[in-house]
Design a protein around this ligand. Sequence first.
Ligand code: S3P
Length: 167
Amino acid sequence: MTKHIFIIGFMGSGKSTIGPVLASKLDRPFYDLDDLIEEEQERTISEIFESQGEKHFRSLESDALVRNQPSEPCVMALGGGTFVSDVNRDYVSKHGTSVWLKIPLRLARGRCKDSQHRPLAKDPELWESLFRRRERIYQLADIQVEVEGKSPQQICSEIQSHLTEIA
Ligand code: S3P
């Protein structure tokens, strides 16, 4: 398995938690696309949304995805909306394997409802409609793993089994 591994899924699905655990098991570097954007822009995602809006954030996101691919195989956690764009999805499928961390809406809501750093988590109605729309797109991932009731170690073992199956 020499391609990158892209972890995708809705806000709160655990991408930034599972990603580093998986990277360490596979002995690969880990990157978080949101962190890369914040470092490059020297602003938080919330500040970018507030000052320049979501459209601008999406263009920074696509740009950061393409510019930050390391030469060695890595594990990268994407933002919850990254895989929604056709262009980003094509890029991901060309350069790696996508792994969807599938979470039920209720659990994701519980994890994110008080989140201060997620601009799209503020409005519950928007949240729910986003969740429903995106489920159909996340299904296009190469691998999917249900996360509810499982430890990071269990989730990573499942991902590893799927990776072996499709290698
Ligand atoms: C977003 C998810 C966030 C971040 C931004 C937009 C989304 O990342 O990229 O707030 O559109 O779902 P997380 O999924 O890591 O919270």
